[in-house]
Design a protein around this ligand. Structure first.
Ligand code: MG
Length: 274
């Protein structure tokens, strides 16, 4: 089956499917037509799917509840979030560090469960970490700005560079936009952890023992999902069910294939399966 650009999709060798969630398999609480059939086909063909998300406002536990309510079969090992990537990065690069966190209670909890020494007040720290904070207040922003201004040598990371997060009526500001506010106040830019960095993709390929040739990334965003796949050297599939338009996908980084939605990818696998 040909994709939007008229390219014949070669997907029969693919075993590890790294799927974005928001805008790719569902929109907020509405699962897309074809998602359940797509996921069950991957497993029936001996493959594995892992949901990879830049969204650090929810824990894996939160996501498990959400997708199970939609009827999606999944366990903890089927998710990898930018919060988990943050834990891994902090443990390896800053063992024992004091980490000031501007994020949701859920993110703070996940960091603490991962053994990170999280601080929430203005005090001497080694690292500042900001996430997609749906509980953001001006007091929190003030504390973050004070630490970044007064502690010149503090390392500064943010979970994900997404500017906006899709919701039912349009978009709300995501971690990338919150970072812009902080830059305007402090002059400091974070090092981002999630997509488009290839880190999350590489960790999951390693964990389950798949090669880049066996791996494919599916997502609705050019500058995070597709860019991460390109940076990791794997096949990428863009979908038009979320943020990016055909024009965005043409500007690039261009995905290996472009389909209208998950249902069309399902058809593409079925027609190349035999
Ligand atoms: Mg998305």
């Amino acid at each position: 089956m040909k994709d939007y650009f008229g390219r014949e999709a070669h997907l029969s060798e693919k075993k590890l499917w790294l799927l974005d969630m928001d805008g790719t398999i569902y929109m907020e609480n509405r699962i897309f037509d074809g998602t359940l059939e797509f996921l069950s086909l991957i497993r029936a063909r001996g493959g594995r799917y892992v949901f990879i998300t830049n969204n650090s406002s929810k824990s894996v536990e939160d996501y498990l509840t959400k997708v199970r309510n939609m009827g999606i079969p999944a366990g903890e090992e089927d998710f990898f979030t930018s919060a988990q990537a943050a834990v891994q990065l902090l443990q390896s690069r800053f063992p024992g560090a004091r980490v000031y966190c501007q994020g949701t209670a859920s993110l703070v909890e996940e960091l603490r469960q991962g053994g990170i020494d999280v601080r929430l007040d203005v005090e001497p720290v080694d690292v500042v970490l900001t996430g997609f904070d749906l509980e953001l207040t001006s007091e929190k922003l003030r504390r973050t700005c004070q630490i970044l201004t007064e502690q010149k040598n503090v390392a500064y990371y943010a979970t994900n560079p997404d500017l906006v997060c899709p919701v039912s009526f349009g978009y709300v500001p995501d971690c990338g936009s919150m970072s812009v506010m902080i830059r305007n106040a402090t002059g400091r830019d974070p090092v981002f952890i999630g997509k488009p960095e290839p880190t999350m993709i590489r960790i999951v390929m390693d964990r389950f023992g798949y090669t880049p040739e066996q791996t494919v990334v599916v997502g609705d965003r050019v500058y995070t999902d597709i860019a991460a796949g390109v940076n990791a050297g794997v096949t990428t599939i863009g979908v038009l069910s979320g943020e990016a338009t055909v024009e965005d996908f043409k500007v690039g980084p261009c995905p290996s294939y472009l389909f209208s939605d998950i249902k069309e990818i399902l058809c593409a696998i079925q027609t190349t399966a035999s």
